[in-house]
Design a protein around this ligand. Structure first.
Ligand SMILES: Nc1ncnc2c1ncn2[C@@H]1O[C@H](COP(=O)(O)OP(=O)(O)OP(=O)(O)O)[C@@H](O)[C@H]1O
Length: 484
């Protein structure tokens, strides 16, 4: 019976076949459990009824269509599907880069993007298809950046760097990223992902453009890190056969997973020699109108044999039956009649409680971390240093603009003709306004006019507001100033 403490952990030793068989049995055991939040949180990744659309609401482009996916801890999960079927979209939702329209995702026990989930964060590493590296940085600086962001010490980074450079056959650490070939840059991107040894590795086509020897190195490394059972890898690839080394394969098509099984089981169940053939058979089955869950369920109940397919290469024997594989695989999986399907006694399976770390009130205000600030500042200064020309332009352009502006229009005006009417003086019976000499400083207007006179303005006093305005109208002054 399954030990709850080791749930999701493959055997640490033994042959690969043992690993696979162990996995299949454990998975079936788990699939017989009612799906609860506790069981979902135990998985490395658990996706339920995920829907994702692009485009307008009226006519959406459906990418994920009520997709279910279960990635237990400690496995290599190969996500396969034709180009454009939505693999990257699914992975982006898993790492919290995109949001689902509906459905839910659990990643290492939490919802991606939620507080305290650690996703995105150092628990998960994601290698996207597009390169996310700084060309101006050397390999060492790139390692330092990604290591510091994930809270590693410089010593630990240096040690891992030497190992990864050797593993992925990267050039010397003083080489600049921009000088690497496309394939080397992809390997560098993979190295940055592997650097901090995260719990969950999500790799979107890491082996594209990589020569077979290095590809094998990468797979060997992935098998190695997942062996103790603590690390999980989700990997997409166009080289379907290389996923023979994965513990589980998810075949994706039409926004759903057609199957979620170990490669050996798939080959056995479909009586195929290659995974391509399995995928082809599943695609044909899906095309034959088996998309609707209800109809599939009906067939399961009635045990209707799979209809014969005209192409003999795609023929599925009458022995094969469809079955719904419980909550864990809303996805269709085929099993041959008479195959030994483990149906454990659910009472004896203990689901361990998931501990949620308590959050204090002040945790809500911790919006940034010191090591992130340090890393980003270092990265920005380094970038500026490496791009002195651009920086000189960015800082120099506003400086030149300010200088030119001040030179052209920024000075105080001189000899500006102003027509003044000062009613304050009139009210106090002082009809002549001695603005320059003998001004009565108790009058605010006089003090202000004195100030204007000191600024070299050409001030002329008029007896009334209308006279002052009239002088402006006639072009004798630029403006009229009236003191009430
Ligand atoms: N931001 C977006 N806006 C609209 N459509 C998008 C967007 N991103 C992806 N798509 C569409 O969603 C579909 C799935 O894209 P996705 O990149 O997930 O496929 P994929 O399976 O990863 O393909 P590949 O194996 O070639 O990388 C494609 O048809 C793509 O055109």
């Amino acid at each position: 019976m399954m030990d709850a403490e080791n749930e999701g952990i493959p055997p640490a030793s033994g042959s690969r076949q043992d690993d696979q068989n162990g996995w299949a049995a454990r998975r079936r055991q788990f699939m017989s459990q009612p799906s609860t939040v506790a069981t979902r949180r135990l998985q490395a990744v658990c996706v339920r009824r995920a829907c994702k659309n692009y485009g307008p609401k009226k006519n959406p482009n459906v990418i994920l269509d009520s997709l279910n996916m279960t990635v237990p801890k400690g496995v290599i999960y190969g996500l396969l599907g034709a180009s454009g079927c939505g693999k990257t979209t699914l992975l982006s939702c898993i790492v919290g880069r995109r949001r689902l329209n509906s459905g839910e995702i659990w990643v290492v026990g939490g919802h991606p993007g939620s507080r305290g989930s650690g996703v995105p964060g150092p628990r998960v590493a994601y290698m996207p298809q597009e390169l996310a590296l700084y060309g101006e940085f050397t390999l060492r600086e790139t390692f330092t950046f990604f290591g510091w962001v994930n809270g590693m010490t410089t010593k630990a980074i240096d040690e891992r760097m030497d190992f990864l450079i050797k593993l992925l056959q990267l050039p010397h650490h003083s080489s600049f990223v921009k000088n690497l070939s496309g394939g080397q840059q992809r390997r560098m991107s993979l190295a940055a992902t592997l650097l901090h040894d995260p719990e969950l590795l999500i790799l979107d086509e890491p082996t594209v453009g990589v020569d077979p020897v290095i590809r094998q190195n990468i797979w060997d490394h992935l098998v190695e890190i997942t062996r103790p059972g603590q690390k999980t890898v989700i990997i997409t690839t166009h080289y379907i056969q290389e996923t023979r080394q994965a513990h589980l394969i998810g075949l994706m098509r039409g926004g759903k997973l057609l199957a979620e099984e170990s490669p050996d089981n798939l080959l056995q169940q479909f009586n195929c020699v290659s995974l391509e053939d399995v995928f082809l058979k599943l695609a044909v089955i899906q095309n034959m109108g088996k998309r609707r869950r209800s109809s599939i369920a009906q067939e399961v109940v009635q045990q209707i044999p799979v209809p014969a397919i005209s192409n003999p290469a795609l023929d599925i024997s009458d022995e094969d039956k469809c079955e719904i594989s419980g909550e864990f695989g809303d996805n269709i999986s085929m099993s041959s009649r008479g195959r030994d399907v483990v149906t454990p006694d659910p009472i004896n399976i203990r689901i361990p409680e998931v501990e949620v770390p308590p959050r204090s009130f002040t945790d809500n205000f911790k919006v940034f971390k010191a090591h992130h600030m340090k890393t980003l500042m270092w990265k920005n200064f380094l970038w500026m240093w490496r791009n002195v020309g651009i920086m000189a332009f960015i800082i120099g352009l506003p400086l030149v603009q300010i200088i030119l502006f001040c030179y052209a229009v920024g000075k105080d005006p001189k000899d500006l003709k102003l027509a003044i009417s000062n009613n304050e003086l009139s009210a106090s019976m002082e009809t002549d306004c001695p603005i320059i000499t003998g001004c009565n400083v108790t009058f605010l207007s006089c003090r202000y006019l004195q100030y204007l006179d000191d600024r070299n303005l050409d001030i002329k006093i008029y007896g009334s507001d209308s006279e002052a305005k009239d002088s402006v109208r006639r072009g004798k002054a630029w403006g009229a100033l009236s003191f009430p």
